[in-house]
Ligand binder design. Structure first.
Ligand SMILES: Cc1ncc(COP(=O)(O)O)c(C=O)c1O
Length: 344
């Protein structure tokens, strides 16, 4: 019985066609700016997001950290919604490298509104930290892949800009948001100074992200990337995988969203409805008396891998390497493992 891995959309392995594209890639030394495949990827991503320039980086974490370094000075404040990746999942890097502190504003479920943003802003006083940057995440990982519309993104980002803030969008799964909303990535990216996108999540590439924005910002980001050790040499083999993913795996993300909804429907039929499903992530609160770590172990024994959002919530993510049938089978196995024989 092969394991069904629903822990994350980062667990995918490159397809045969992607590996072929990687093997065929033309390469050069990208620290010299001489890798044609990296250049092609950066041009393609900048165009897709409607920005002047893109910079290929090893990870979404580095991309977000470059944005903090680019926009902030030490001691500045960064306003984020609860559970935002660059605050909770980047090992304290924002404090360690950029020297910023985070102000968490908004609601765990609904996210951040203009009112929350206003309440988080500090007046300009020499003895107060300076409110400097707004970071939004679309889709929002911890909020179950929640999608922010073009109108809401624009309202928040423009409100922040009018108050003198810089704005960064963590779009690790911007591709999912665009497909879920039926809009272009450029429309979602438009109001932000910088945007980070990942190729290694739903798109199924093995490595890589990009920071995108104005040419002047990206020139500085290139220097900062070098300072962080993110300058890569013949990175065209990786860029080729990302280009292949953009060409072949972007539109199919709707299949992952359909599979997530199928998981949700199956769990609901079994009497264990998950939180609302927006894209490819299913958050499943456990009933009283259940602990996530025990549930994970039982699920593994039943042949399905899931992850824990916290001590009482499981997380299931659909991706390129699970078909609709496998996703449903995974949900069945989970129900069997956790609730077979118990009244629901
Ligand atoms: C929303 C979000 N931003 C950033 C990252 C960081 O990406 P990486 O794992 O490539 O550093 C992730 C990773 O899952 C993520 O979900």
């Amino acid at each position: 019985m092969p394991l069904i891995d629903l822990r994350s959309d980062t667990v995918t392995r490159p397809t045969a066609a992607m590996r072929e594209a990687m093997a065929r890639a033309e390469v050069g030394d990208d620290v010299y700016g001489e890798d044609p495949s990296v250049r092609a990827l950066e041009e393609r991503v900048a165009e897709l997001l409607g920005k002047e320039r893109a910079l290929f980086v090893p990870s979404g974490t580095m991309s977000n950290q470059l944005a903090l370094l680019l926009h902030c000075e030490r001691g500045d404040e960064v306003i984020v919604a609860p559970g935002t990746h660059c605050n909770v999942y980047e090992a304290g890097a924002g404090a360690a490298w950029a020297g910023v502190q985070f102000v968490v504003a908004g609601d765990e479920v609904a996210g951040l509104s203009v009112d929350h943003l206003d309440a988080a802003l500090k007046p300009a006083q020499y003895y107060l930290p300076r409110s400097r940057l707004l970071v939004l995440e679309n889709t929002h990982n911890r909020r179950g892949g929640a999608v922010t519309s073009v109108a809401d993104s624009a309202q928040l980002a423009l409100h922040a800009r009018e108050r003198g803030l810089r704005t960064h969008l963590d779009g690790a799964r911007l591709w999912n948001a665009a497909v879920a909303l039926g809009v272009s990535e450029a429309a979602l990216a438009e109001p932000f100074h910088t945007v980070s996108v990942c190729f290694s999540k739903g798109l199924g590439a093995p490595v890589g992200s990009a920071l995108v924005g104005a040419a002047s910002d990206l020139e500085r980001a290139r220097r900062l990337r070098k300072m962080l050790g993110g300058g890569m040499r013949q990175a065209g083999v990786l860029a080729a995988a990302a280009l292949h993913a953009l060409d072949h795996h972007r539109q199919r993300l709707s299949e992952d969203h359909r599979a997530a909804r199928a998981i949700g429907a199956l769990l609901a039929r079994a009497g264990h409805a998950p939180a609302p499903i927006h894209s490819n992530i299913v958050n499943l609160p456990l009933p009283p008396g259940h602990r996530a770590e025990v549930a994970l172990a039982a699920a593994r024994t039943a042949g399905v891998l899931v992850s824990a959002m916290d001590a009482r919530t499981l997380r299931l993510v659909t991706h390129l390497d699970v078909s609709l049938a496998a996703a449903e089978e995974g949900a069945q196995r989970l129900v069997q493992a956790l609730w077979a024989g118990a009244p629901s």
